[in-house]
Design a protein around this ligand. Sequence first.
Ligand SMILES: *Cc1c(COP(=O)(O)O)cnc(C)c1O
Length: 413
Amino acid sequence: MTNRREENVWIPESDLDGMTVDTLAVRAGQIRTGQLEHSDPIFPTSSFVYGSAAQAAARFGGEEPGNIYSRFTNPTVQAFEGRIAAMEGGERAVATASGMAAILSTCMALLKSGDHVVCSRGVFGTTNVLFQKYLAKFGVETTFVGLTDMDQWERAVRPETRMLFIETPSNPLCEVADMKALSSLAKANKALFVVDNCFCTPVLQRPLEFGADIVIHSATKYLDGQGRCVGGVVVGPNKLMEEVYGFLRSAGPTMSPFNAWVFLKGLETLPIRMRAHCDNALELALWLDQQDNVEEVFYAGLETHPQHSLAKSQQSGFGGVLSFRVKGGRDEAWRFIDATRMISITANLGDVKTTVTHPATTTHGRLSPEDKDAAGITENLIRISVGIEAVEDLKTDLARGLEALQSSSNGNV
Ligand SMILES: *Cc1c(COP(=O)(O)O)cnc(C)c1O
């Protein structure tokens, strides 16, 4: 049987059995209509029609699969879900309106009042707020621990702990968690192990292979890769995803078909983009490490990084985000940032365009001084999300920042 000329068919996943993530990024989850288009079609429609009243009844009753309404069934969104599920090696994916909606949907579907969460301290700032302010209102308590400190994880777990939540590598200090160890801890306590895989994408790291139960993405970052759309996705086993999907259907934090289509296009180039991000980031990390006015560089690709070998065992590349401390404090960090000319000053990341930000006053600005200290977010810390421009040009621009520090330190003498 061939799928190639049939109309309105999902191209069967079995044709892609055993293929690599690079191929799945281009091919998985595609649907082809009677027009036999080569690129993925887009279905910008809120609802769908039925051949008869009986068919409508069968669809609504769940006896017949098929499209009903785009809050919970849209072919473009399903194509995106199929592709990312294949890439992560998960049974099913549920797409959401944003990365935060993916985290919220997971928690609302799988936690209840009285449950306890243990979360790594360095997570995305808004994830912190979601757990600490909003889930707490509904009786879900969260304890924050150091990402790489297994003693702290073990001590934080309680009988009512239902979820361990991490990001690895962490933002912005690039700490790397031992996913197998955390997965064992979660299993021993019948808790879910959830990994936000935004920084690595399935091209560099597939947490399900290291024992994660659920993988979460902000599709806004690398999956899109060109800074166009906000979206998210949750990947995991059918049983858990059925619950997440049920929440999405009832609560409605749905991905739009237009955004799903943009993400499908983004995924097609994700493998080659990730390699370019990794190559540039490693070269810049090595280069920054040699500069006089740079105190310390944080990037798991550096051999001096404390979890370098762990990162190597879990990731096929070290990612596109690095951070470093300049000599001095906030003044010096800001002077460095303001002296660059090409690199975008923005807190966004995962874009083909290189971006620079000052975590202490932007992404992590809402943390208390004590929490900033605990997370290592000092005033002289700068984060770069390395894009795919020519690395020599990135060095030229960053050298302007270094020169600004040079002239200021001379001025102080
Ligand atoms: C951006 C981000 C999120 C939130 O995603 P949105 O799409 O902005 O809602 C979650 N986790 C990480 C690691 C992120 O970088």
